[in-house]
Design a protein around this ligand. Structure first.
Ligand SMILES: NC(=O)c1ccc[n+]([C@@H]2O[C@H](COP(=O)([O-])OP(=O)(O)OC[C@H]3O[C@@H](n4cnc5c(N)ncnc54)[C@H](OP(=O)(O)O)[C@@H]3O)[C@@H](O)[C@H]2O)c1
Length: 311
């Protein structure tokens, strides 16, 4: 990555010029950088930021100069690592007064992901158990708090004792240190042998096998991400052998493509955060010029909770 000065120009039809206040640092950014998510190079990077609308192009409705906004996306929003940018107006989410700009940059991607994982993927009933990998991470801390709101028993995994404390403080009922504990065995102990209804697995290659082994009969493995590398190809027959379990690999983009569905998730997330039911832990703040170090910290497992760039 290289930091450059550029003139961003004026917004065209359907676009706005946005001055960023804070920018989200997400694990997905490392996939775009490394090529796990291929894009034509050279490319801008970053998919989440909050800021203020500075100018609007022809035909823009719904947002005006001076509005506080946030956004997240996929290839359509690349370029969030910037102080100022041009962006399609239709991706913007207006910020209510109760939501701060740094908070927004720390939770638009991570919080909306937590929202669809907790509310759209599976019809959770209070009392069910879930296994959440990387529980002290950005998505992890929000999912664990949300899962507690749903009345679930939350079993989180982490790599260090310090992260175990963070996970417990954010809703995990049980924490497994997957650096030295056998995850599936511990899950069976905790659930009296039955296993969990759902596994949220953002770690991928290193945890896939133990995730399958932690599920109850006909449970669901949600492959959320691949922080440790891609899951190797597998024979579907293994799913029958593990108890007729299900595997899915969802992406946020497909849960916010419909504007009404997106607004529903936004309203629920902002409601929980504004009321204090869900806290957004911003545990790392960087300058944009320090993006390389920020990626090293995130990939080096040095961070907990959300990380942002303050512009
Ligand atoms: N599918 C979707 O819609 C969607 C949307 C948003 C995010 N995600 C995914 O959710 C995951 C979490 O994203 P995030 O931005 O909140 O990141 P994060 O969880 O804050 O950071 C990644 C964490 O993964 C764990 N990890 C395990 N093995 C690792 C390895 N070999 N290298 C690096 N980290 C490893 C580390 O926690 P420990 O040290 O405790 O192991 C690390 O802190 C990512 O996989 C991301 O791609 C998916």
């Amino acid at each position: 990555m290289r930091f450059e000065q550029r003139d961003v120009g004026e917004p065209g039809p359907g676009e706005v010029r946005l001055r960023h206040v804070a920018v989200g640092l997400n694990f997905a950014d490392t996939y775009f950088r490394s090529g796990i998510y291929p894009v034509p190079l050279p490319s801008l990077i970053g998919n989440e930021a909050s800021g203020v609308v500075e100018a609007v192009g022809p035909g823009v409705a719904g947002v005006a100069v001076g509005d506080r906004v946030t956004y997240t996306g996929f290839t359509n929003t690349l370029g969030a690592y910037s102080a100022e940018r041009i962006l399609a107006a239709d991706v913007l989410i207006k910020l209510p007064d109760a939501i701060g700009s740094e908070q927004a940059a720390a939770m638009t991607m991570r919080g909306l992901s937590a929202a669809y994982l907790c509310r759209k993927i599976y019809p959770f009933r209070a009392g069910e158990a879930v296994l959440l990998h990387a529980a002290a991470g950005g998505v992890g801390l929000i999912v664990s708090q949300w899962a507690k709101l749903l009345g679930l028993t939350v079993i989180g995994t982490v790599s260090t004792e310090a992260k175990a404390d963070v996970a417990r403080a954010n809703g995990c009922d049980h924490v497994i240190n997957y650096s030295h504990e056998d995850v599936a065995q511990r899950v069976r102990e905790i659930t009296s042998g039955s296993g969990v209804s759902v596994v949220f697995d953002s770690v991928g290659k290193a945890t896939f096998e133990s995730s399958l082994n932690s599920l109850k009969r006909r449970g669901l493995l949600v492959c959320v991400g691949t922080a440790s590398g891609k899951v190797p190809p597998f024979d579907p027959a293994i799913l029958a052998r593990k108890g007729s379990v299900y595997v899915t690999r969802p992406g946020l983009a497909d849960y916010i493509a419909d504007p009404l569905e997106k607004q529903e998730l936004v309203d629920e997330l902002f409601g929980h955060v504004a009321s204090g039911r869900i806290r957004i832990e911003i545990n790392q703040r960087y300058a944009l010029e320090d993006a390389i170090q920020a990626h090293r910290d995130l990939e080096g497992r040095k961070t907990t909770g959300s990380s942002i760039f303050v512009v």
